[in-house]
Each structure stands twice: as structure tokens, then as C-alpha cells.
Design a protein around this ligand. Structure first.
Ligand code: KMH
Ligand code: ZN
Length: 304
């Protein structure tokens, strides 16, 4: 595969981890999700990774109607690649998690490559009270759930969505997930070129050290040779520093309020677009160029 010349910025707009108490900037109404997604795209994000929320209280939603309330607005106002999550929440079934991607057939969707603990508990410690009861229950009970992504679940996502020709963003939270992915590629479940999101800093996955990024990259090189593209997502305080390092290693980057609520140490971000503008400025200041949506489509071989 030809060496990639430009850097793709993905913005993950709202996710399923953070809750309304944690930041007023976290979007959860359809209008705010659409407005922040459009602004993130204008700031330089060529891929928008999307989850839905229930507009009444910001709780995580997999109801296709909640996606339908913002997707047309985003599509009519941007040319960005739409990437729909199949991660859902810790409490939802794989069938519920697949439903939005199956219904809307986006160019991309996430596919989580292994089961793991996935604790939000360190976030909970900062808050004494919550705006909504569901937040306390959800965040504090994250310690009791398994983020379930068995080989059978992975196969179900892949086979259910196969007719849609959707490019998967393979979410790898630890080095074992790369081996799971290699097994799936070898058994014919996924065809090259694959797209891997290396994820750092989730409690339950690999930590956010640069050595771990190099280790994940070297392991992927060994397993997939030239047949993959990659991006980096650093959760919380590691977001900007790992994205910067990844861009200098000729990888792609993901930012957004799904992954971190901050713009710098101790300062909450005002919006998703603010994080996109910051990483774009860093990438360009360091001499690289940011990919447009059509360039991202070409780099990742999307259906368009
Ligand atoms: N929340 C991130 C750590 C998904 O949506 O499938 C990973 C993620 C998973 O975005
Ligand atoms: Zn997500």
C-alpha cells in the first residue's frame, strides 16, 4: 500500500462514557449533536464518529430514531465520512448495538476487537452529585460489567453488516486485540486493507504511554505488514499528546468529547470543534497536512 501523505482527523462527538454532569459542552440533543458535528467537520475532521443519546436526559441510546434525528442534518451540511458506533454501552446486547449501522448503512462503523473490563470509576470520583439518577448508576456500576465482544459477537457484526460494504474501524484497546484481529483476517472475516484504531488509557486496556504506542504499532506491522491503516485515540489527559505523536509517526488521529472532555490540563473543552482545531493546528505547525473527507475516502478505500 502506498505510504500515506496526509493525516485523517476523526472526531468522536459524544460517545457513551461521559455524562451531562461532567461537562456542559457534551452534546446530547439531536440539535447539539448535529451542530457540534458540523462545526467539527468545518474545523478539519473528515470522519465523524457518532453515538446517539436520549434527548431528555443524555442517557446512551441505541434507538435508531435518535440517530435519525441528527444524521440527515449532518449529511446535508457536511461532506464528512459518517462512522456509526457498534460499541453501544456496557449494558446493551450485540443485536441492539448493530441495529443503527444496519439501518443507516454508513461508510464506516466501529468494531470492538475483544472483551474487557471497562471502568468509568476514576471519573466518578470527581463528582459528589449528579444531574440525573442514571448517571450515578451507570458510572459507578461500570465496575460490575464486562464490555462483551466475543469472537461470536465480532463475527455477528461483520456478517450482519457485510451486505452494506461498511469499512470497519477496528477498536484495539490492548495488544491481544491485535491478535484477535489477525485471527479474524486469517479466517477470512475481514479483507485488507483494514483500519485499526489503537486505543490507550481506558481502565481495562493498555495504558497511555508512548512506549505502548510504539509496541502496538510494531506488533501491527508484524501481523499485518503493509495491509493496514491506523489511527490513535488517547483517552482523557493523553488525548492531544498521543495524537501529536501518532501524527508524527505518519498515523491518523482521533479527538472529540467522547474520548476527553478537556482542551488542556484542568480546562474543559468548549466543544468538539475546539479539540479538532487544536490538533489540526499542531499537525500543520509540525509540517503535515490534514486530509479532506474525499482524501480520507481514498486513503481508507471507502465505498463513498
Ligand atoms: N469509546 C472509545 C474508547 C465504539 O464506539 O465502538 C471507543 C469507541 C468504541 O468509540
Ligand atoms: Zn464510540
Amino acid at each position: 500500500m502506498a505510504r500515506q501523505k496526509k493525516t485523517i482527523i476523526t472526531c468522536a462527538i459524544t460517545g457513551a462514557i461521559h455524562t451531562p454532569t461532567m461537562s456542559d459542552a457534551l452534546p446530547y440533543t439531536a440539535e447539539d449533536i448535529a451542530a457540534q458535528a458540523v462545526a467539527a467537520s468545518e474545523a478539519g475532521a473528515s470522519i465523524l464518529h457518532l453515538h446517539a443519546r436520549d434527548p431528555k436526559d443524555g442517557s446512551v441510546s441505541l434507538n435508531p430514531d435518535h440517530f435519525a434525528a441528527f444524521l440527515p442534518n449532518i449529511k446535508s451540511q457536511t461532506d464528512a465520512v459518517i462512522n456509526i458506533s457498534t460499541g453501544g454501552s456496557l449494558k446493551t446486547t450485540i443485536e441492539e448495538r448493530i441495529a443503527p449501522a444496519e439501518k443507516f448503512s454508513p461508510e464506516m462503523c466501529s468494531l470492538n476487537m475483544g472483551s474487557m473490563n471497562f471502568s468509568f470509576h476514576p471519573l466518578a470520583k470527581r463528582y459528589e452529585s449528579w444531574k440525573h439518577d442514571w448517571e450515578k448508576e451507570y458510572v459507578e456500576n461500570s465496575d460490575t460489567y464486562i464490555f462483551r465482544n466475543t469472537f461470536n459477537d465480532i463475527e455477528k457484526v461483520s456478517k450482519t453488516l457485510a451486505p452494506h460494504n461498511i469499512k470497519f474501524e477496528h477498536e484495539c484497546y490492548d495488544v491481544g486485540h491485535l491478535y484477535n484481529l489477525k485471527y479474524c483476517v486469517d479466517t477470512g472475516l475481514f479483507k485488507a486493507p483494514i483500519f485499526i484504531q489503537f486505543i490507550f488509557g481506558i481502565l481495562g486496556g493498555i495504558g497511555p504511554e508512548v512506549e505502548n504506542l510504539i509496541f502496538m504499532k510494531q506488533t501491527a506491522d508484524r501481523l499485518f505488514g503493509d495491509n493496514y491503516r491506523w489511527s490513535v485515540l488517547g483517552a482523557g489527559g493523553s488525548q492531544m499528546s498521543l495524537a501529536t505523536t501518532a501524527s508524527q509517526m505518519k498515523g491518523n488521529v482521533r479527538v472529540g468529547l467522547e474520548d476527553s472532555l478537556f482542551i488542556s490540563r484542568g480546562e474543559l473543552a468548549e466543544s468538539n470543534a475546539q479539540q479538532v482545531a487544536k490538533i489540526r493546528r499542531i499537525i500543520e505547525d509540525l509540517g503535515c497536512e490534514v486530509a479532506t473527507p474525499d482524501e480520507a475516502r481514498e486513503i481508507l478505500d471507502l465505498k463513498g
